[in-house]
Design a protein around this ligand. Structure first.
Ligand SMILES: Cc1cc2nc3c(=O)[nH]c(=O)nc-3n(C[C@H](O)[C@H](O)[C@H](O)COP(=O)(O)OP(=O)(O)OC[C@H]3O[C@@H](n4cnc5c(N)ncnc54)[C@H](O)[C@@H]3O)c2cc1C
Length: 406
């Protein structure tokens, strides 16, 4: 059990999936770390209830969770591997199927409830004596001094830190306080999310159908349930939320072309307006942003938190290297290395998802035929398929994919 103090090497604002991972990644050191989290995480839930928020976790992110020592707790709670991905265009014949067995892999990734991920990380975080977890508390004021930063908290506390990291999500308080601007992309879509039971088993497959109004995903969960991410216009999302359960299940089954038979049960529904955001700067002296605080992306390829976890790996490596070499962990020079390593990669993914979303939302006949042809060609192109799947699993670099070693 750690003892709360007021002076730290690092204060992380936000103890979500990314902030908690970062704290664990930095913990194996002599650094003193505080995580401040505004919302009390729910530690318990009824056994038969599923979180409406889930994440497709890539193999690369699984490997990070294993190294952080959090994977066994997640696996013991509830995770679902997916062994195949099936993607098709509802307006034509375009179809592509990825199978882990064809690639010699045990699976393509896991679908995990966000609350399971967070709870496992918090359990791990609490085992480190050099991390203080302060919750529920929020920062009220940021004061930047020449050699440190101060945070006034809403419980009256005052923290001093060499480095402050914003892992406080899409509407990051730290990003706003630091005057860091964001570039926004309006996807003009809202994601309706829920958990369903279907007539047929999901076959451990992640299914995604591109409708003209947006992608509809059925992601496999334990006990044969599926997590739904249905991206559509804001008006249609409002209409779907207002339907009673029977009408919603019927609309969902029809939109999904009854691939898993009828939808036979549905849990609570929620909606998330989708917007792409990219911070113009990730770092300033004494400050860094990670995860959704730095970038948000359309969920169609399930990459958001995986990009945040890649930020975690890079930022932790840069900070730990500086600390071991007795160089300042908060200097612009040190932190810029993290920004240089991650900003380009995140921008590439944001651009790719933007283009993908635009391509599949466009119903111009010529384009529709072209993308259907493209999907079918990609389905038969071994190397291209390997590259796509390696990227989706977070294992990709062009050279390793080309050499056949993911
Ligand atoms: C519908 C949908 C589906 C998605 N599916 C996937 C998927 O399949 N795979 C994937 O990789 N990604 C997915 N994502 C993206 C993923 O959910 C986010 O990328 C991820 O939640 C970001 O984690 P984070 O820790 O950076 O931010 P958050 O999850 O937003 O966590 C931020 C934390 O900071 C706390 N906080 C905020 N402000 C303050 C403050 N001022 N003081 C103290 N604490 C504060 C919050 O309470 C929270 O705990 C999806 C997103 C959506 C909307």
């Amino acid at each position: 059990m750690s003892i709360s103090r007021n002076k730290y090497d690092i204060v992380i604002i936000g103890g979500g999936m990314v902030g908690a991972s970062l704290a664990c990644a930095l913990a194996d050191s002599t650094l003193s770390i505080a995580v401040i989290e505004g919302l009390d995480p729910s530690g318990e839930w009824p056994a038969d209830s599923f979180d409406i928020r889930v994440s497709a976790i890539t193999r690369a992110s699984e490997s990070l969770f294993r190294r952080l020592g959090a994977w066994p707790a997640m696996a013991a709670m509830r995770v679902q591997s997916y062994e195949a991905m099936d993607v098709w265009d509802a307006t034509g014949t375009g179809h592509i199927h990825f199978d882990a067995a064809e690639l010699g892999e045990p699976n393509l990734g896991h679908i995990i409830e966000n609350r399971v991920i967070t709870l496992a990380l918090l359990q791990r975080l609490r085992q480190h004596d050099n991390i203080d977890y302060r919750c529920p508390v929020k920062p009220k004021r940021l004061i930047l001094r020449s050699n440190h930063a101060q945070l006034q908290l809403d419980d009256g506390g005052l923290l001093q830190a060499t480095l402050i990291i914003g892992a406080d999500g899409a509407h990051s308080w730290l990003r706003q306080q630091a005057g860091i601007e964001v570039q926004e992309r309006h996807y003009q879509q809202t994601a309706v999310v829920t958990t369903v039971q279907t007539e047929h088993h999901h076959e451990d497959t992640a299914w995604q159908c591109f409708l003209p109004s947006g992608p509809l995903a059925f992601l496999p969960l334990p006990e044969g349930r599926s997590s739904i991410v249905w991206s559509t216009s804001a008006e249609e999302a409002e209409r779907l939320l207002a339907l009673d359960d029977a009408d919603f299940m019927s609309a969902l089954g029809e939109a999904f072309m009854h691939r898993l038979g009828s939808v036979t049960g549905v849990g609570p529904r929620g909606a998330f307006p989708l917007k792409g955001r990219h911070a113009k700067e990730y770092v300033k002296p004494h400050l860094a942003l990670v995860g959704d605080a730095a970038h948000t992306i359309h969920p169609l390829a399930g990459q958001g938190v995986n990009l945040g976890l890649a930020d975690v790996e890079e930022l932790a490596a840069v900070v730990l290297e500086a600390h071991h070499a007795q160089r300042p962990i908060d200097s612009f020079k040190t932190l810029r290395r993290y920004e240089r390593a991650r900003r380009g990669a995140n921008l590439l993914m944001l651009d790719a998802m933007g283009a993908f979303k635009a391509l599949f939302s466009n119903d111009t006949p010529g384009l529709r035929e072209l993308r259907n042809l493209g999907l079918n060609l990609a389905d038969h192109a071994g190397l291209l398929k390997r590259l796509i799947v390696a990227q989706a699993m977070g294992l990709s670099t062009l050279s390793t994919s080309l050499s056949g070693k993911p």
